[in-house]
Design a protein around this ligand. Structure first.
Ligand SMILES: [Zn+2]
Length: 269
């Protein structure tokens, strides 16, 4: 129904931040995992250290979306955090990192800004193509309904298998949590950038028929297929074409009638 709000990579943001590295507050960063990555980190640390006077440098490689590079001086040691885009950097860039770390060199800063620009564009593209960040917990099998099974069936019947998204139940009521009556409920959502459909766990209850869950899933799948034009400054999610295709769902009228008859029970979650 609604697009989830996403923090997007602003290509203009990082280079500017990079220009004032030392003033950056510490941010929580998601660390890249071990193995080959650790080897690459060590190698890069070694390469940069060669350009830093007395070579005291501790490098952390991050996947942070906002800060591509930050440096802190700590007891005579430079603590450097770099986005993983730098792992494959050419010697010229590595040298610039060294000058940037040790002398806050302006020319080096400019060069790094350019490097970041180019690579952020690449990362954005890759992210759009990928199936989203790995940090999302996917839970398709509910207590009553199996979302993956519903999704696969709908994809076959209505889309020739062309929809490429992941699907999961949204966050459930905490154990021991009390039900309450809500004024509204977002039964489904589709996050464009993550290609992720979320279905509200209120629908995973025995009184909710399969056709109703299917209808909600079908609606969210349509969001991947249909454009989101901007009309009068606002994004229009449910265009004429969208609504027409939505109405083509086999159990459209039954699903809508069921919703009217059972809204109260659905809202009580
Ligand atoms: Zn919608």
């Amino acid at each position: 129904m609604t697009r989830l709000s996403q923090v997007s990579l602003d290509p203009t943001l990082a280079p500017r931040r990079a220009a004032r590295l030392t003033a950056l507050p510490a941010r929580p960063v998601e660390m890249i995992a071990l193995g080959e990555d650790e080897l690459a980190r060590k190698q890069l640390e070694h390469r940069i250290a060669a350009h830093v006077p007395d070579g005291r440098l501790a490098l952390a490689v991050t996947d942070n979306q906002y800060t591509m590079i930050s440096v802190k001086r700590d007891k005579g040691c430079f603590r450097l955090r770099l986005h993983h885009m730098f792992l494959e950097a050419e010697p010229e860039v590595v040298r610039a990192i060294g000058r940037y770390v040790s002398h806050n060199d302006r020319e080096a800063s400019r060069l790094l800004g350019q490097f970041i620009d180019i690579h952020q564009r690449k990362i954005r593209r890759a992210r759009r193509l990928s199936r989203g960040p790995v940090t999302v917990t996917i839970e398709t099998r509910g207590e009553v309904h199996d979302l993956q099974e519903l999704y696969d069936g709908l994809n076959r019947r209505y889309f020739d298998g062309a929809i490429d998204a992941r699907i999961t139940w949204g966050q459930r009521l905490a154990p021991g949590g009390r039900r309450r009556h809500r004024n509204s409920i977002k039964m489904g959502s589709y996050a464009v950038e993550d290609r992720l459909i979320r279905i509200h766990p209120s629908l995973d209850r025995p009184f909710v028929p399969r056709l109703f869950v299917e209808w909600i899933v079908y609606h969210e799948m349509l969001h991947q297929k249909h454009d989101i034009p901007v009309v009068g400054g606002r994004r229009r999610f449910h265009t004429e074409e969208f609504l027409l295709e939505e109405a083509a769902f086999e159990h459209y009228h039954r699903a809508r009638q069921w919703e009217r008859d059972n809204l109260d029970r659905l809202l009580n979650y």
